[in-house]
Each structure stands twice: as structure tokens, then as C-alpha cells.
Design a protein around this ligand. Structure first.
Ligand code: FES
Ligand SMILES: [Fe+2]
Length: 369
């Protein structure tokens, strides 16, 4: 059983120097040291339910084709033809009919990445089709989420050991996406992680959230390393984070007891924020675009049996968090403006910001700083 403790911070912990949020050199180094080696969340398996279903996704600056092969395995191929390097697929999503064909000279690959057809190449001395499969990233599926890693040697079981099985009672793997909203933020991706990891700001920034969940009720069970978080309490049982404060939906999975009065929040370094409510899950997929720009897709996930009910309406959850998200994005963008100033120097974290010091420590260790 997990142990939850009140947030606290090591004495003297301060925010990072400005360059970590603003420098093109740091951003380039992150592409290698963070996004070149970590498990990055590319989406949900529901987007590639059948063999040949695919979507393209940019992860760590690389375009990947995520598809399901004939054996039923999810694969992530680099979107690069083995002939002359041309981008293979320009579509955001769709379905391959048995193969992936390059639009330039028609080299054709199976759903397993094997080069099946290369026109006129048989006459080329020494050419062997077997030597030219599509390059691929490592793939792991966890709780319905597809993770990719540019480091083929990485072990998901080892890296995700603290999370495997941890959220079983929400049956996340069975939930389906009812709604997504995309946001384009003028701030560094790390400011979004930091903001998500504290509720010191909640009374001022989120009056509607503060009414439902006391800002000082946070307790953490993961307080160091790549995964950080814990729960905050709802003021009363049977509440949820919705525009009414209540929900007509039954709990998801086997959520019961104390969990009916809690919302769990976890950061999954470096690409995912996971928010578990009694009756739904919300996830933020983050994608850094530039030192001062980050794209976020927020998704709301529900039990498919609940979604099938004629009265199903996710808007109470979607609207509540869309308002809350925009409040957060605004202060994150204000922080980006401030840390870009010559007047900025690192400032001290409060006792409610223990996870932020932990995030900074882990991030710096990954960056070799
Ligand atoms: S570049 Fe793809 S077939 Fe020529
Ligand atoms: Fe917030």
C-alpha cells in the first residue's frame, strides 16, 4: 500500500536559472538527453484498434508512424523511406491497406516494416530487400497508452516499475476518449510540469477548483524520480471536479472508499500528466515545440459502458477543466515572460512546492547538470 505524506521542500531549494527555460542550446540538448531517451506518450491504443490503422506523431523532433501490424502488435516506424529518405506519410491518421507505400518511387513496406516491393531494384548488383526495413522506435503499451522510445535498448518494465499496476482500480486500459482539446502555449514545457505539481496557486488562480478541493489537502506518495504526485481531497464524498461539483456518472473501474473523495495527480516525465477522478480520467499530452512554446492535447476518458448510455454528457468535466486549464496556461505564460527578463533570478520554493524541487533535481540529473 502506498504511503502518502504532506508536501515539503528541502531547505534552500530554488527555481532553475533562466537558461533552462529560454535557451535554444538547452532545448537542443533536451532533444537528446530527455526526449531522445525517455518513454514518450504518443497516444492511446484505441486510435489503432485494427491492423493497418495508423496515426503520425512527432515525438522528440521525429515524425513517427504508429500502426498495428498483422500480428496485433503496435509498432512505431520512423517516417523515413529507406530509398532516398523521403517522408513516407503526410496524413495525420488513417488506415493502410496491408502496406505502406512511399509516394516518391513506390517502395512498399509491410505493416511489420519489411520492404516488400522495390521497383527495378532486382537488377542492382548486391541489392537485398531484407537489408532495408523501416527503422523503428521501441514501443510499450501501458494502461491503454502507447509509449515510444528513440532508445531501442530502453526497458519499459524497468523504467515504469513504480507505475505498473499502481492505478489498476481505475482500469485505465479500458477507458475511451470522449473529448480532446488542443492548446498552444507560449511557455517552456517544464513550467507546465511545475505548475501542475503544486496547488499553492489554486486559491488565486482557480477559485472554482478551490471551492471543490481544498488547496492544502495535497498528499504525495511519489516524491522523487521520473514520476511525481499524489492526491488532493474533494470537500465532500460523492463530489467530482465538474461544473456542478457532482457527477451523475458511476465511479470508473473499482474505485471506492476514500478514493471517491480524492483526485489523484501524477506527472509522468517528460510527456504526460495523469489526473484520476472518481468518475473519469483526464490526461495532458505535452509536446515541446521551442524553448518558449509547447503544444498540449488534453483528453477526457470515460468508461465505455457509461459513454454508451443515452444520457451520457462529458461537458461538466470538460468545461470545468477547460476553464482550469486556461487559467493555468495564462500564469504559465506570465512566468515564461518573467523568467525571460534580465531581472529574473531563481526564487525560493514554498513548503507546498516539494514536488517542484524534486522535478528540478530529476530533470537536472537527466541533463547531466
Ligand atoms: S524515396 Fe521512397 S521510394 Fe524513393
Ligand atoms: Fe492550476
Amino acid at each position: 500500500m502506498e504511503t502518502f505524506v504532506r508536501p515539503s521542500v528541502g531547505t534552500g531549494a530554488k527555481t532553475l536559472d533562466a537558461s533552462w527555460y529560454t535557451s535554444a542550446g538547452v532545448f537542443a540538448a533536451e532533444r537528446e538527453r530527455v526526449f531522445g531517451r525517455s518513454w514518450l506518450c504518443a497516444g492511446r491504443t484505441e486510435a489503432v484498434e485494427n491492423a493497418g490503422d495508423f496515426f503520425t506523431t512527432e515525438q522528440g523532433g521525429e515524425s513517427l508512424i504508429v500502426t498495428r501490424d498483422a500480428a496485433g502488435d503496435v509498432r512505431a516506424f520512423y517516417n523515413v523511406c529507406r530509398h532516398r529518405g523521403t517522408r513516407l506519410c503526410e496524413r495525420a491518421a488513417g488506415r493502410f491497406v496491408g502496406s505502406i507505400q512511399c509516394p516518391y518511387h513506390g517502395w512498399t513496406y509491410g505493416l511489420d516494416g519489411v520492404l516488400k516491393v522495390a521497383r527495378n531494384m532486382a537488377e542492382v548488383p548486391g541489392f537485398d530487400r531484407g537489408e532495408y526495413p523501416l527503422k523503428e522506435a521501441a514501443v510499450a503499451v501501458w494502461e491503454g497508452f502507447i509509449f515510444v522510445n528513440h532508445d531501442r535498448a530502453a526497458s519499459f518494465e524497468r523504467d515504469f516499475a513504480p507505475l505498473i499496476g499502481r492505478f489498476a482500480r481505475w482500469t485505465l486500459g479500458t477507458l475511451k476518449t470522449a473529448r480532446t482539446i488542443s492548446y498552444d502555449l507560449a511557455c517552456n514545457w517544464k513550467l507546465i510540469f511545475l505548475n501542475y505539481s503544486e496547488c499553492y496557486h489554486c486559491p488565486l488562480v482557480h477559485p472554482q477548483l478551490d471551492k471543490l478541493s481544498p488547496s492544502d489537502s495535497g498528499r504525495n506518495d511519489l516524491a522523487q524520480g521520473p514520476f511525481l504526485g499524489g492526491y488532493s481531497e474533494l470537500r465532500e464524498p460523492q463530489m467530482s471536479l465538474t461544473t456542478t461539483g457532482h457527477s451523475v456518472r458511476p465511479p470508473v473501474g473499482s474505485v471506492e472508499g476514500a478514493d471517491l473523495q480524492r483526485v489523484y495527480y501524477y506527472t509522468i516525465f517528460p510527456s504526460l500528466l495523469l489526473s484520476l477522478h472518481p468518475d473519469y480520467a483526464m490526461v495532458h499530452y505535452l509536446k515541446p515545440i521551442a524553448p518558449n512554446r509547447t503544444e498540449i492535447v488534453c483528453a477526457w476518458l470515460f468508461d465505455p459502458a457509461t459513454m454508451a448510455r443515452p444520457d451520457f454528457d462529458p461537458n461538466d468535466a470538460v468545461e470545468f477543466w477547460d476553464i482550469t486549464n486556461r487559467q493555468d496556461w495564462h500564469v504559465n505564460e506570465l512566468t515564461q515572460l518573467g523568467v525571460s527578463s534580465r531581472a529574473y533570478v531563481p526564487g525560493p520554493y514554498s513548503n507546498a512546492e516539494g514536488l517542484l524541487g524534486a522535478f528540478d533535481r530529476y530533470y537536472r540529473s537527466v541533463m547531466g547538470a
